[in-house]
Design a protein. Structure first.
Length: 158
C-alpha cells in the first residue's frame, strides 16, 4: 500500500495498481507523472485527480458523459500509441478508457468543463494523458449545468 499526503483529504492509502502513470505529465504540469483518482460517494459524479508527488496538486473532474451524453472521443493516433491502445479506432468509453473533463471554477457563480482536452485513462494499463483534440467540435469552457435532486426541477447552470 502507498501512503499519499494530500492537502484536501489528509493522508490516504492506495494500492500501486490504482496509480495512473502520465508519461508526458499534463500540460503546464509536465513533471507530474503519477496520479490517483479519489472518488467520494457524497461528491459523485465529481472525482479528484490527485498528484502523488505534490499534496497541493489536485484536479477536479467528472466523466465527460456527464457534461455531454453524446460526447464523441477523438484521440490522435500518437496519443492512442502513448496510451497503449489500438491505433486503428477510437477506444470505447467506460470499457477501455475512462474519459474525464477537467473542471474550472473561476469564481463562485460559474463553472466550466474542458471538453476540448479531456483526460483519457487506459483502464487496463493505467496510463493517462490529456488528449487535446485537433478539431474544434468542443470547447475548453463548456458551461456546466446540473439538476438539483432536492428541487427535482429543471436544469440549473452554474
Amino acid at each position: 500500500m502507498l501512503s499519499i499526503q494530500t492537502k484536501y483529504f489528509g493522508t490516504l492509502s492506495c494500492r500501486e495498481e490504482e496509480v495512473f502513470e502520465f508519461p508526458r505529465g499534463l500540460p503546464a504540469f509536465e513533471n507530474e507523472k503519477h496520479f490517483v483518482l479519489i472518488e467520494l460517494p457524497e461528491n459523485a459524479p465529481l472525482v479528484f485527480l490527485q498528484s502523488l508527488a505534490h499534496p497541493t496538486l489536485c484536479f477536479l473532474a467528472f466523466p465527460v458523459l456527464v457534461a455531454d451524453r453524446d460526447y464523441r472521443l477523438a484521440v490522435a493516433v500518437e496519443d492512442l500509441t502513448a496510451l497503449n491502445l489500438d491505433r486503428g479506432r477510437q477506444p470505447e468509453l467506460g470499457r477501455e478508457v475512462l474519459v474525464l473533463a477537467l473542471v474550472s471554477l473561476p469564481d463562485k457563480l460559474s463553472a466550466s468543463a474542458n471538453l476540448m482536452a479531456p483526460v483519457v485513462l487506459n483502464l487496463k494499463t493505467h496510463r493517462g494523458l490529456q488528449a487535446i483534440r485537433e478539431d474544434r467540435v468542443y470547447s475548453h469552457q463548456h458551461l456546466i449545468a446540473f439538476r438539483s435532486p432536492e428541487l427535482d426541477g429543471p436544469e440549473v447552470s452554474c
